[in-house]
Design a binder for this molecule. Structure first.
Ligand SMILES: NC(=O)c1ccc[n+]([C@@H]2O[C@H](COP(=O)([O-])OP(=O)(O)OC[C@H]3O[C@@H](n4cnc5c(N)ncnc54)[C@H](O)[C@@H]3O)[C@@H](O)[C@H]2O)c1
Length: 336
């Protein structure tokens, strides 16, 4: 049976949700809604479907099974709740909501309504992340010692409701938890507010993980070129993943050996070994994310990125801002 999908908010991100639903086999895109009625109508015309300026009317008249919500972050809660209360499965663009309190309410509402709630942490579906996770699970890096994440670029003019931390840190905090398989136990951050009208547009964060690894996170809306890179240093070398070009490199530690007399370890050190660039089949991560959401709805299983993942990423992002405001280190749970 065809799954009826809809999209609420068809701006820079939502239009891609609409395009992909229109192409996915087994899915019928039944309508789109956006308060920018003229733009919404133009897009609806392209896909030969109905457009709505009011998302309540879209939900009432097209009765979708599943909906993507890509309105500005501060509206995620209100729009997602309206869909959930009608028994519609929701994929909410990241971050899950504007505040932790709203995110918690959405998760409870979805449980009560027995609908799937997925969060659009699209990097989880980036083929370079999937390949990196596979290689880490095989022990190719050994113990992870350090994780550095960079997400830098120019100021996005359409975002007025949240600063760079709520908007972007949620991506990398989620990736850090996922790739290390370890929770963050301590964090400290410094933010700057330079160009954005009211909110922070730069962050430097320092993190400690439960498995003992350390990490840094650099976010910026003040960099004139886009950089999205992860560096993972471990016992056997370093992985470099470019999330934009979907390239994965491994810099091997030339001196590493598994055997040896423990007392010699101190002399062993780290040396430059070979560098490998892995061949990765490039794919559009958003298409994979929507396929996963549709399958989760069809098979009554959890989506890959659940509401709880979105909530934890948002809570950590809020705490980075709090740490910076209060000039203090925040500590959670047990540390190694
Ligand atoms: N996963 C990612 O990598 C990624 C990338 C970009 C944006 N996003 C997220 O997607 C969301 C939207 O961001 P964007 O960059 O597309 O913003 P945008 O401003 O380009 O699009 C938002 C759209 O929502 C519409 N809208 C506003 N209020 C509405 C309402 N009440 N009902 C219906 N439509 C309404 C606006 O007219 C606009 O077209 C944000 O939460 C953002 O964080 C995620």
């Amino acid at each position: 049976m065809m799954l009826k999908a809809a999209v609420i908010g068809v701006g820079s991100m939502g239009q891609h949700h609409a395009r992909i639903y229109a192409e996915l086999p087994g899915v019928e895109l039944v309508g789109i809604a956006d308060t920018d009625a003229a733009m919404c109508e133009r897009l609806a015309h392209r896909y030969r479907l109905r457009s709505f300026a009011d998302y309540h009317e879209l939900l009432e008249e097209t009765r979708p099974d599943a909906v993507s919500i890509a309105v500005p972050t501060s509206l995620h809660y209100k729009v997602a709740l309206a869909a959930i209360e009608r028994g519609v499965h929701v994929l909410i663009e990241k971050p899950i909501a504007r505040t932790v309190d709203e995110a918690e309410r959405l998760i409870i509402a979805a449980e009560q309504a027995r609908v799937r709630l997925a969060v659009g942490h699209v990097e989880r579906f980036n083929p370079v992340v999937i390949e990196l996770k596979r290689r880490l699970a095989q022990g190719e890096l050994g113990r992870i010692l350090n994780f550095r994440a960079y997400r830098l670029g120019p100021l996005p003019m359409q975002i007025g409701d949240v600063g760079v931390v709520i908007d972007l840190a949620t991506h990398d905090l989620d990736l850090m938890r996922y790739l290390t398989g370890s929770e963050i136990t301590r964090l400290y951050a410094e933010v700057q507010h330079v160009l954005h009208l009211s909110l922070e547009d730069m962050l430097t964060g320092v993190l400690k993980f439960a498995n003992g690894a350390t990490g840094t996170l650099e976010l910026s809306w003040l960099t004139p070129t886009k950089i999205r890179e992860l560096y993972l240093t471990g016992e056997r070398g370093m992985f470099l993943a470019s999330l934009l070009s979907q390239d994965l490199f491994f810099f091997e530690n030339g001196q590493f050996t598994d055997e040896g007399w423990p007392n010699l370890q101190i002399l062993r050190g780290v040396g430059e070994g070979s560098m490998v660039r892995f061949r990765i089949q490039k794919q559009e991560p958003l298409r994979k994310e929507l396929e996963d959401f549709v399958e989760a709805v069809r098979q009554t299983r959890s989506p890959t990125v659940k509401g709880e993942d979105g909530l934890i990423a948002l809570k950590l992002a809020e705490d980075l801002i709090r740490s910076s405001r209060e000039h203090r280190v925040l500590i959670y749970g047990e540390e190694s």
